[in-house]
Design a protein around this ligand. Structure first.
Ligand SMILES: CC/C=C\C/C=C\C/C=C\C/C=C/C(=O)SCCNC(=O)CCNC(=O)[C@H](O)C(C)(C)COP(=O)(O)OP(=O)(O)OC[C@H]1O[C@@H](n2cnc3c(N)ncnc32)[C@H](O)[C@@H]1OP(=O)(O)O
Ligand SMILES: Cc1cc2nc3c(=O)[nH]c(=O)nc-3n(C[C@H](O)[C@H](O)[C@H](O)COP(=O)(O)OP(=O)(O)OC[C@H]3O[C@@H](n4cnc5c(N)ncnc54)[C@H](O)[C@@H]3O)c2cc1C
Length: 667
């Protein structure tokens, strides 16, 4: 089957892998990216970025100091948002940014991810008309400043205040304590001159809860902080070090009334407050990011899987049979068991990410027409997906890193940075344990609605179904029926965990605890129910994609889906067994099927990651390069280390040499 990754001069092991491929890699890539045209555009952008001298890197970022890396990133960002701005569609922008600057953040990341979305969805028409054209033209740079040093999760206790002064029709924005300083917002420290700042709205001494306000932070001409504003960078982090996550204190800074984001909640000149149609519409920017980060996190896992798979095909170490040749490490079952599920999960996350983006767009349409009824379902789903996907992705990337042995520990592999970026997602946009509880709240309502025979939205329709016996392992050789049997078992498990958690909660309430304390006593079980609900959604979403896929890729997607399902079930065996729905024999059957899947997928493994269509520049990994010529490239990469600029380092000359000399002279 055609695989356009095969080229002369490639590592022969990798070429052999590509020659065994049983499907058209372009067809799968086109399916993944939506169409052939999208795939071609993706390639076009990759090629043009590589050819643009403005994006050339004299040395890899890994060898730059933080300040120089920030500088290089800002320089490239200017090229993107001036020279390239009109050459790509908005939906192509993330790919362009990944290609041109990488994944560690850039000066306009939060401008795009949260500043513009907040203004778009929350500013009233007047403010939008004034500020949006300027923001869209990059005349100003903005961010989203919500989290404080003392509070990130519990938004109700944020301390920054916006107190309405009727006499001047202004809000007075103030940071009352040290821990009330805004802390963490991306691009706040050095790049942004505006921010949407989340503050407690105070009118006539009454606290009306967190609301968003547009605040100018720096002078548009000099970029110096404005009077009353203290702003800066919070320092180095695990990753995202080209992002200036920042701090901000506001000392009674006055802004005009119309700079409150008033599309939903409003304050009239006389101080009358009108609440929004849904109490949490002020939290819209978070829902926006949660809905979009699923797909981008799927892509991070896809990269790691691509690196580990390609490298494992060219790395030879040890023998499987005595006297045989050294084998490709990809032939070890343990290696396959580490890596192939990550390939399957990356596809699953990307498919789910695309579905949830569509669901988000529909919800926004409803809100624009005054209907917020789709929001609770979307909030539950995005909260669950955000938590499950970031955790799964972190584990997966770490497995991929370890599967590359020593070279996986080097920045040359690209994997440590990938991991650092990925796990940030477990915390930002709502700490995972907290967001799973948001999902659980919705599930608890769903359990009640199901009991009352009420209609349920598609994502929780399974709560209203009746369980039959699990048919796993009992349906013979028909793969379609096996998939159905597993999906039904997952539905049962998700339903059972939600009902059990609900009963545990009720029991504690009946035992005399208040609802909230009782809730805290069952949150581990609540979060389990949320995870399985989310994993069920992901499995269903993958299945929908499989059923709608063209026949040319149906077979390989079906193999991948089998592996996905078998792996998920074995991973969740405890839940399947706990109530006796499945028995030990069925789990053994699932394991046997999983090991068969590893063998089935082996000839297509490299081609499956080729279909992620990630260019060498974007992948930024010596181990994962398309041509597989890793050893020479490793040496060339290491030579660029600044420690190699000179053969004898000052550190050696000044300390080690005199020490050795002194020790020698003592003899
Ligand atoms: C395009 C982007 C792609 C990639 C991104 C790339 C780079 C960006 C990198 C990093 C950016 C990071 C940004 C940030 O981190 S911004 C800060 C994010 N902060 C948080 O997420 C805070 C988490 N906390 C919360 O959201 C809330 O405090 C919490 C929901 C936990 C509780 O809020 P509250 O106490 O006000 O509500 P509850 O009483 O719990 O719930 C009441 C009711 O409301 C429902 N609810 C809550 N939130 C929402 C929502 N957002 N939308 C809809 N409904 C919501 C909740 O479920 C309850 O419903 P019910 O049970 O029916 O009463
Ligand atoms: C890379 C990165 C980028 C960020 N970018 C931004 C940004 O652009 N803008 C912005 O405003 N913020 C940003 N943040 C901040 C981020 O949103 C918060 O850190 C996050 O919401 C978690 O809040 P916290 O730090 O207060 O954690 P905490 O709430 O203090 O969490 C600490 C622990 O307490 C637990 N916990 C807290 N509450 C509960 C509960 N109710 N039930 C059970 N357990 C609980 C958590 O699960 C966690 O284990 C960013 C953070 C990171 C790491």
């Amino acid at each position: 089957m055609p695989n356009r990754c095969i080229r002369p001069g490639d590592n022969p092991d990798l070429t052999k892998e590509r020659e065994t491929c049983t499907f058209d890699t372009d067809e799968l890539a086109a399916n993944l990216y939506g169409s052939r045209r999208n795939l071609e555009r993706r390639r076009e952008i990759s090629q043009k970025v590589s050819a643009d001298p403005d994006f050339a890197d004299p040395i890899p970022h890994e060898f730059l100091s933080r300040e120089k890396a920030v500088d290089a990133t800002a320089k490239k960002s200017k090229v993107i948002f001036q020279k390239w701005k009109n050459l790509v569609k908005p939906e192509e922008m993330p790919h362009l940014v990944n290609e041109a600057v990488g994944i560690q953040g850039f000066p306009l990341a939060l401008h795009h991810a949260m500043f513009l979305p907040s203004l778009n969805s929350q500013a009233d028409d007047d403010l939008a008309a004034e500020i949006l054209p300027r923001a869209k033209a990059y005349e100003i740079i903005g961010t989203y400043a919500q989290t404080e040093m003392g509070h990130g999760t519990n938004l109700r206790e944020l301390e920054t205040t916006a107190t309405y002064d009727k006499t001047t029709q202004e809000f007075v924005i103030n940071t009352p304590t040290r821990k009330a300083m805004k802390w963490w917002p991306g691009n706040l420290g050095k790049m942004s001159n505006y921010a949407v700042v989340c503050c407690q709205l105070i009118i006539d001494g009454k606290n009306l809860g967190p609301h968003n306000f547009l605040v100018q932070l720096r002078c548009e001409k000099t970029h110096e902080p404005l009077p009353g504003i203290t702003v800066g960078d919070i320092g180095p982090k695990i990753a995202y070090n080209t992002t200036d996550n920042g701090f901000l204190a506001l000392d009674n800074v006055r802004i005009p009334r119309r700079q409150m984001l008033m599309k939903h909640a409003k304050v009239s000149p006389d101080g009358t407050y009108t609440p929004p149609i849904h109490a949490k519409l002020n939290y819209g920017a978070m829902v926006h990011v949660r809905a979009h980060m699923i797909y981008s996190h799927g892509h991070l896992l896809a990269r790691a899987a691509a690196v580990a798979t390609r490298y494992s095909a060219v790395r030879r170490q040890g023998r499987i049979e005595n006297g045989g040749p050294e084998v490709q490490i990809l032939d070890y079952q343990t290696q396959q068991h580490r890596i192939f599920p990550q390939i399957a999960r990356a596809y699953a996350i990307l498919f789910a990410g695309q579905e949830v983006r569509d669901q988000y767009a529909k919800t926004l349409e409803g809100i624009a027409n005054g209907q917020a009824d789709l929001l609770p379902d979307l909030h539950a789903l995005t909260s669950g997906l955000k938590s499950v996907v970031t955790f799964m992705g972190g584990l997966g990337i770490e497995q991929c890193r370890m599967s590359c042995g020593g070279h996986g520990y080097s920045d040359a592999s690209g994997l440590p940075k990938l991991y650092g970026v990925q796990i940030g997602g477990c915390t930002y946009e709502g700490e995972n344990m907290v967001m799973l509880q948001q999902t659980a709240r919705y599930l608890m309502k769903g359990v009640k609605w199901a009991e009352q025979g009420k209609s349920l939205s598609p994502s929780i329709a399974y709560l209203g179904k009746k369980s039959g016996k699990s048919l796993i392992g009992l349906k013979g050789g028909d793969i379609t029926r096996e998939h159905e049997a597993i999906l039904e078992t997952l539905e049962h498990t998700a339903r059972r965990l939600a009902i059990d958690a609900s009963q545990l909660w009720e029991k504690r309430i009946k035992g005399g605890e208040c609802k909230e304390r009782a809730w805290n006593g069952v949150t581990v079980e609540m979060n389990r129910a949320s995870r399985v609900y989310t994993r069920l959604f992901m499995a269903r979403s993958f299945h929908r994609r499989l059923l709608s896929s063209p026949s040319s890729i149906r077979s390989v997607l079906s193999d991948l889906f089998s592996l996905y399902l078998h792996y998920e079930c074995v991973d969740m065996a405890q839940h399947l067994l706990e109530d006796g729905h499945c028995n030990g024999g069925q789990i053994q059957y699932l394991k046997k099927r999983l090991y068969e899947d590893l063998t089935t997928l082996r000839p297509n493994a490299v081609s499956l990651v080729d279909s992620f269509e990630i260019s060498d520049r974007e992948l930024n990994s010596v181990l994962g390069r398309r041509d597989g010529n890793v050893y020479e490239a490793l040496f060339q990469w290491a030579k660029q280390s600044e420690l190699n600029y000179t053969d004898v380092l000052p550190a050696v000359k000044n300390y080690m040499m005199p020490m050795m000399e002194e020790n020698r002279s003592k003899l």
